[in-house]
Design a protein around this ligand. Sequence first.
Ligand code: GLA
Length: 333
Amino acid sequence: MNLRLLAAVLALVVPLGACDGGGGGSPAAATTKLGFLVKQPEEPWFQLEWAFADKAQAELGFTLVKIGVPDGEKTLSAIDNLAAQGAAGFVICTPDVRLGPAIAAKARSHKMKLIAVDDRFLGADGQPMQDVHYLGISARAIGEDVGRALAAEAQRRGWKNEELGVCVVTYDELDTARERTDGARAALRAAGVPDARVFLAPEKAPEIPAALDATNALLSQHADVKQWLVCGMNDNSVLGAVRALEGRGFDADHVIAIGINGTDCIEELRKAKPTGFYGSMLLSAREHGHRTISMLHAWCKDGVEPPLDTRTTGILITRSNFEQVLAEQGVTR
Ligand code: GLA
């Protein structure tokens, strides 16, 4: 190859390959490329996170690459793929928090910056990786709000402790899930619901079918319960329980179920005939999608390091206010 040809080839290739990636020097004109990886791209919560990240992309002018990563293998190859495209960093909700050390090592090896969203990485010692930047919900406090709202509505309806049962759909493998359901249980206890009326339904995955199976197994053991309160780690976990209860004849007058996310229950709340799904704690998909990727952008582009630990709050939505609150929060139009 003669020198002139080599120069021409380099002029084409170098800006694409080396512009933003891996900590290499970025030419001022090049746009930063950033990844956003999520574990369950089919869940409305994650679709909204992506939609808000898209908005940040339009406002800030970086290039966003969205990849669904349902398992460990796909996660690690997606990171290699991002690096090969010259991405400077990524936001990730990992499919398994125990992949934390492997994901962090891979990011380091590619000199990419990383922010974990929603599900916090666990280190080899089983403890949260506090050196990995994280944005997630105030899980315990949001769970407590669920418990308080369940107790308040049961009291308003005049339900007696000895006739009701609390179905707690648990997913203890995930810290943010366990903190939510522990918070709900603590608030119910504080509101006077005896522990003896609280029953656990461990689900194998935070998905409707798994929650339905777990709740069905629980219901066959508690035929004496007349009214049910339901909580769980997110809307789908609670929706699965509501479907199982419907299968046994428990309708909106005999079930008070409150989810978390507020984004995966919109069709449910819009149903003309109310179901047992009473409401949800609406989380901020905007904070989780827009804010995370904007922080990553500022970090990669201008060296502004984000806080190590950021927590977000929730708002109770019910059939009476959800359309208004969802529109105010930019979830619906
Ligand atoms: C977890 C859940 C999601 C959502 C987020 C919020 O990732 O699986 O449904 O609740 O937390 O941070």
